[in-house]
Design a protein around this ligand. Structure first.
Ligand code: KIV
Length: 288
């Protein structure tokens, strides 16, 4: 066992996030989509678990996150909340569940808490979400914002490229971040933006920033778990560090299993149930 972090026994809340920023303590966040992974993650002491709509790409086999539905998210959020005890659970609002109308946005956010056991919701976008965020927050639901590369807008961006890398776009992103804070967000994800910009945004805000491809100057970091454990192998963004190679380990395990089945090497004695010789003799007599 190579635990280097003492697992925490206390629940993380949105207030913990704010206090951690004040104390200069870094926040760790990872994505999960099932109870098994969420349980291990919780045991590891991670501060927060995001049930991201990356679900669509890394678990459900879609090309983008756009196909993910509210029902998909509720199903996986429920599983994560069954598996986790202490982490702050954030559920991603999928495409078209908060963009069409404010009432929809509030209702769908409420379902994340009421039906799926999440503690907060995350949504993508800047100033255009101001009124929506205010309405969700005023219903008592904590909101995490998401700026920079917002994957639900992939068709506008033309791909998953770095964002806000011009002076004008950087200025706009900082303005958006301040508007999201003012609207009531308790935290912001900054995805795929220049590290220098992320650091300035982080220093200008009272709420914590959680970076993914946004450098070390953010208040915390998030990674998509199947990327960081080397399970998702279709492509790996530059900002991912692989802490394991589950793809190769699983491929090796599956291949050895197939070989064992084909050669009669599995199951062995240790994986086999037996009955006493006396009972077996009696069984043979009854079966005659
Ligand atoms: O969907 C997701 O997993 C996310 C992270 C990349 C922040 O939004």
């Amino acid at each position: 066992m190579s635990h280097t972090v003492e697992p925490r026994k206390k629940k993380t809340t949105t207030q913990t996030f704010i206090q951690m920023k004040k104390r200069g303590e870094k926040i760790s966040m990872l994505t999960a989509y099932d109870a098994l992974t969420a349980g291990i993650m919780d045991e590891s002491g991670v501060h927060s678990i995001l049930v991201g709509d990356s679900l669509g790409m890394v678990v459900l086999g879609y090309e983008t996150t756009l196909q993910v539905t509210m029902d998909d998210m509720l199903h996986h959020c429920k599983a994560v909340s069954r598996g986790s005890k202490n982490a702050l659970l954030v559920g991603d609002l999928p495409f078209m569940t908060y963009q069409v109308g404010i009432q929809d946005a509030v209702r769908n956010s409420g379902r994340m808490l009421q039906e799926a056991g999440m503690h907060a919701v995350k949504l993508e976008g800047g100033r255009e979400r101001e009124e929506t965020i205010k309405a969700i927050v005023s219903a008592g639901i904590p909101v995490m914002g998401h700026l920079g590369l917002t994957p639900q807008s992939v068709n506008q961006f033309g791909g998953f490229a770095v964002q806000a890398n011009t002076a004008a776009a950087a200025k706009r992103l900082l303005e958006d971040a301040l508007i999201l804070q003012e609207s009531g967000c308790f935290s912001l994800v900054l995805e795929s933006i220049p590290a220098r910009l992320a650091e300035v945004v982080t220093n200008r805000l009272d709420i914590p920033t959680i970076g993914i491809g946004a450098g070390a100057g953010c208040d915390g970091q998030v990674l998509v778990t199947p990327d960081m454990i080397g399970l998702f192998s279709r492509f790996t963004p530059r900002f991912v560090r692989k802490y394991a190679n589950f793809h190769d380990d699983m491929l090796d395990a599956f291949s050895r299993y197939i070989l064992d089945v084909q050669t009669g090497g599995f199951p062995g004695q240790e994986q086999t149930y037996e009955m006493s010789d006396a009972e077996w003799e009696e069984t043979l007599r009854l079966l005659k």
